[in-house]
Design a protein around this ligand. Structure first.
Ligand SMILES: [Zn+2]
Length: 316
């Protein structure tokens, strides 16, 4: 028995190490609230989508921040109380809201002062909503992940963010989920349920390839996986498939953390390349700054590209 216990004590630490899962954690964020990539402006359909998405996120026990474009709260120039209510439900579900500008301009395309004015216009409803829920508006997400074309613009905008109590919400998991969402919505709008189903079925395997690539980028740069930040959008694709996506990530060993937790990792202190490609993730920008060349993004299936069509030029 003694020998057995001794043997066990020698084996156990090794066995424990061998079985220890790789640390995988991700903060999931949703952009373009209250809705993105929808073929309709019909409130009943949008409310249905918004409700299903929220339920799905809650059921998957995923903490999240939703980034709002307040321009979408208006109908024919008037603030629509129903749409404001959809945002209130995000807060009531225990989630946080952030600012994604009023009208989704690109910091690479419009002058800094115009961009900042649009950002401030984007707090009109969200800031008091958060206050009434005992929260503070503190997160900002760059539309298109466009960070500004020059070091001067980036530094000046950083000062602006800090001065207004914001922290930029990075993204490390670059992906073309928005392209799937456009394709999915179009197929549905045209009544082509078979294509919609095939686009939906390709979404989660695609995202798994996206994560495999992202993990490799982190490994190449940091020698380890890092807590990631994923950007998705408030669309009908995720209303229907987010639960499957979350299940895939769990299966892959991910636990779901909030943005604060992710950003505690020292990786987020890395310096960023200024000459990076437009719309790339922070992880890709850090890689370029370190002299690495990020690998190609995971391929989007031809069917999805076909359905997304001209809209595929856009992003985020
Ligand atoms: Zn966006």
């Amino acid at each position: 028995m003694k020998i057995f216990l001794l043997a066990l004590s020698l084996i156990l630490p090794l066995a424990a190490t061998a079985q220890m899962p790789v640390e995988r954690a991700v903060a999931i964020t949703f952009d373009d609230l209250p809705f993105a990539s929808v073929p309709t402006e019909d409130n009943a359909a949008l409310e249905h989508m918004s409700g299903r998405l929220l339920q799905s996120i809650q059921a998957s026990h995923v903490p999240t921040v939703g980034f709002v474009n307040e321009a979408k709260l208006y109908r024919e120039g008037n603030l629509d109380p129903a749409r404001v209510e959809w945002l209130r439900r995000w807060l009531a579900a225990g989630f946080e809201l952030g600012n994604h500008t009023y009208s989704h301009p690109s910091l690479n395309r419009v002058p800094l002062d115009a961009f900042e004015a649009d950002l401030l216009r984007g707090e009109t409803v969200t800031r008091p909503l958060l206050q009434s829920a005992g929260q503070t508006l503190r997160w900002f997400r760059h539309p298109f992940l466009h960070l500004g074309k020059t070091p001067e613009v980036r530094a000046a905008f950083q000062d602006f963010l800090t001065g207004h109590g914001y922290r930029a919400a990075p993204v490390t998991v670059n992906n073309s989920e928005w392209m799937f969402a456009v394709a999915y919505a179009r197929a549905q709008a045209q009544g082509d349920q078979d294509s919609a189903r095939r686009i939906g079925a390709a979404y989660v395997p695609y995202m798994e390839a996206v994560f495999a690539r992202t993990e490799q980028l982190a490994l190449d740069l940091f020698g380890r996986n890092i807590p990631h930040v994923l950007v998705l959008h408030a669309n009908s694709l995720n209303a229907d498939y987010f639960a499957a996506l979350a299940a895939m990530l769990k299966q892959r060993g991910y636990r779901f953390i909030n943005l604060d937790q992710a950003l505690q990792d020292r990786a987020y202190l890395s310096s960023m390349a200024y000459e990076g490609n437009e719309g790339e993730s922070w992880l890709e920008g850090w890689s370029r700054a370190a002299g690495l060349r990020p690998s190609q993004q995971a391929p989007v299936p031809a069917l999805v590209k076909q359905w997304a069509g001209a809209a595929a030029i856009r992003g985020y």
